[in-house]
Design a protein around this ligand. Sequence first.
Ligand code: RAM
Length: 339
Amino acid sequence: MKTTRRTLLKTAGGAAIFAATPSILTSSLSAADSKRIAMIVKNLGNSYFDACANGAKQAADEIGGIEIIYTASAKPTAEDQIAVIDAQIAQKVDGIIVSANDADALVPVGKKAMQRGIKVMSFDSAIAPDGRIVHLSASSTPLIGAKQVQMIGKTLNYTGEVAILSAASTMTNQNAWIEAMKEEWKKPEYANMPLVATVYGDDQDDKSYREMQGLIKSHPDLKGVISPTTIGIRSGAKAIVDGGLVGKVYITGLGLPSEMKDYVLAGACDTFAIWNPVEYGYASTFIMNDILNGAATTEGSKLSMGKKGETTVGPDGECVMGEPFVFDKSNVEEFAKIF
Ligand code: RAM
């Protein structure tokens, strides 16, 4: 799953706009007849989601007649996110694309939006099927989970205690990836690499940092940490560097090259993975556009992801975008310039 810079640039297409990360983005068309799509993410201040929003803006420009409203609450909680969704329902937007802080808690507000004629889909972190039309996963859940266990296995030569530093305990995507990790962990090659703890940093830097310090303190033989969140992995890597633990404890997981570069070069992280978040927001917006135009969303239907091709709707409205990329010290600096 390694990629070359050329491949990623070809498919990324969002390098030029990536630099801009405003919290609210609208296309140049703001006429009353343009369609308004609210992209509501877990919380504000996360560069991963800023990159997704830039991709959404790129898709809106390409399609034309679409306005993107990029918004979220300050904290990644279901309660705060429901209030943000309610506000967009009141604004009578045409479509809502959500990364859910809680799969089930968001079902009633998703249903409410749909009863009012608003099309609802999730991306990144799913709303349960009753509360949305489709969900776009970045990649196959088993693949994302297995990859992270494989990466730390290789780094540790399959020996030593490993813990998981996740986001919030309610978040659909991290919980699904952790389940997939546990499946991979059953394989014999991990017999000497036990999972000793799972902790939650709530996608907040300070809490993630403290949880990482807590893991190190309560597990003196800890050798590795998997953090399936861009906030967790960067905070955990910082705790390794700050604690003088480079070479003793390694972190892997899902990170942004721009945020992980220094930690990879410092030796706190050997490899990590992620998909292109710019492309993810781009593909999600194309799918929403198809839905707004009346495309079928039953199992087996095809939905456009723009230049990224098509995705096929699976059971429960699940769609998949592509494959994650792996980064290490050989390519992290190149990609840090992009996302
Ligand atoms: C964080 C968020 C997001 C997740 C990435 C990998 O930015 O938790 O939902 O997909 O990490």
